[in-house]
Design a protein. Structure first.
Length: 267
């Protein structure tokens, strides 16, 4: 969900969802306690914060002054799970929602108007949650695109089936100029936008698994300089380490939201 207003229309910094449709355009965390969430991610990822122009309970995370992600303190208010969610740019939020419904997905919220655009929170037919955004993106979006997050990964039951679902909903590999490219590489689906890898889809998740980490879900990866330091900080501030390698660690924050830190050199 786009938590921020862009610069006025007509300036060179404004990018529209229409020009990058199908690509991830933002990541957002639903939270029960915004202050506690700020403290956790400030300690683990070194993020700074500023208010979002949508007002409370939204906040924007910054790295070197550039937007990285958003917090929406609506988990309790909207009776939503605490989780990281990727949002995809679309040309029409209403059309995307209709396509999800036609393909046996779920509409959780929206489409709702959040000037300067429209958003919806959805789930695919295997239950993985994602959002769509129609409208202008925030100022300096190109910096976000090339720096944070590294990429997003869908862990799902069947990568091929999921690629068909998202392709039909988000116009991947369509005849429209500028659409995202889909490739099958090494048993996974790889999504590219303007030549850059922006998402991956992997098979193997279990629909009815008791552990949410192995049910279908989108995993958000953030690039960091020191994976080990992030893992230690997560444990010191009420989170946990689910798995860890030399270049990557899967972490859980103080409130249960799962995310991945990836060494910057491996992007």
């Amino acid at each position: 969900m786009n938590h921020d207003m862009p610069t006025p229309s007509g300036t060179k910094d404004v990018v529209s969802s229409h020009s990058v449709f199908g690509a991830p355009c933002w990541v957002s965390l639903t939270s029960r306690d915004v202050k506690a969430t700020e403290e956790f991610y400030g300690a683990v990822l070194g993020w700074q914060w500023r208010p979002a122009k949508l007002g409370d309970p939204f906040r924007i995370a910054l790295v070197d002054g550039s937007p990285v992600a958003g917090i929406a303190g609506v988990a309790t208010m909207w009776q939503m799970a605490v989780a990281w969610t990727p949002y995809f740019a679309v040309r029409s939020a209403d059309a995307a929602v209709a396509r999800v419904q036609e393909r046996m997905g779920t509409v959780a919220v929206g489409p709702i108007s959040l000037p300067p655009g429209r958003a919806a929170l959805l789930a695919d037919r295997d239950g993985a949650t994602f959002g769509v955004w129609e409208g202008d993106l925030f100022t300096d979006w190109e910096t976000w695109r090339t720096a944070q997050p590294a990429f997003i990964t869908l862990h799902t039951r069947d990568a091929f089936d999921a690629a068909i679902f998202y392709g039909e909903v988000l116009d991947w590999a369509s005849q429209h100029p500028g659409c995202c490219e889909v490739h099958y590489e090494g048993g996974e689906v790889v999504l590219r936008s303007r030549g850059d890898v922006v998402a991956r889809i992997e098979s193997g998740a279990l629909e009815s698994a008791p552990d949410p980490a192995i049910r279908p879900h989108w995993q958000v990866h953030f690039t960091v300089d020191d994976v080990e330091a992030c893992a230690r900080a997560a444990e010191l501030h009420g989170g946990s380490v689910l798995s860890k390698g030399s270049d990557e660690a899967v972490l859980r924050d103080h409130d249960g939201a799962q995310f991945t830190v990836t060494a910057r050199r491996t992007r």
